[in-house]
Design a protein around this ligand. Structure first.
Ligand SMILES: [Zn+2]
Length: 240
């Protein structure tokens, strides 16, 4: 949980992701991986050698403006208050995704990860700016992309906003859905939806990672739900 708290302590409002990038890269320093950054600021990580890779994605940015952020851990609940005791968001959307991807990079021998900047809408600017600007070549040798950027603890988004089909209904093995009590749903717009709109051909989905009340001051995480999400995604990667 210490790494997660450190992620939450860093504000990464869209366009200001440098500090979270440095923290994320620093805790991977012991790994034998290739880390590249494109001109827009997106991060692309490759671990191991393979003809085809599993790939995971999350976004580095959050909607919240910088403020004092005291991280409170109350049993399984994690949230934050400012110096006056008022609730402030923690950017669990999508630092929970970053935390899961960090664990996967430490444990899986072969994995690709794409970490996008500027996923969130920002005033008049539409979201998914990093995933719209990136080259698709990084994904030429991936079998699929699993985003960990969905609220709650039991959903796999297989159809994105605008009726964008992300994957077939049986992309995630049914026994794993049942084991972890996840169900397939229609969802909103996120980076994998933008990639699909651009013509990406591999299956994608977006999996719940234990955050609630995203984009609001009373945003919180249920740590047990985040851990279950990590185990679920890990099992899926081991299987497909
Ligand atoms: Zn998000």
């Amino acid at each position: 949980m210490e790494l997660l708290k450190r992620f939450y302590e860093v504000n990464s409002k869209s366009g200001h992701e440098d500090q979270i990038k440095e923290l994320f890269k620093a805790q991977l320093a012991c790994l034998d991986i290739v880390v590249a950054e494109d001109a827009f600021g997106n991060i692309f990580i490759t671990k191991g050698c393979a003809d085809s890779f599993p790939c995971v994605t999350a976004h580095l940015d959050e909607v919240h403006a910088p403020t004092e952020r005291n991280i409170i851990v109350d049993g399984d609940l994690i949230y934050a208050v400012d110096n006056k005791g008022e609730s402030v968001g923690i950017g669990a959307d999508d630092k929970n995704g970053l935390w899961i991807i960090s664990h996967l990079l430490h444990t899986k021998p072969v994995l690709k990860a794409a970490l996008f900047v500027q996923e969130e809408r920002d005033g008049e600017m539409l979201g998914c700016r990093g995933s719209i600007a990136c080259s698709l070549a990084f994904f030429d040798d991936v079998r699929y992309i699993i985003a960990v950027d969905r609220k709650g603890n039991n959903e796999v988004v297989t159809v994105g906003k605008g009726n964008i089909c992300l994957c077939d209904y049986d992309f995630i093995p049914n026994d794993l859905l049942q084991k972890y009590n996840y169900v397939c749903v229609d969802g909103g717009r996120t980076d994998v939806v933008a990639l699909k709109e651009r013509g990406l051909h591999v299956p994608c989905c977006n999996i719940s990672c234990g955050y609630y009340n995203a984009h609001k001051p009373d945003e919180y995480t249920v740590f047990a739900h985040l851990v279950t999400s990590l185990t679920f995604v890990s099992d899926v990667i081991d299987r497909i």
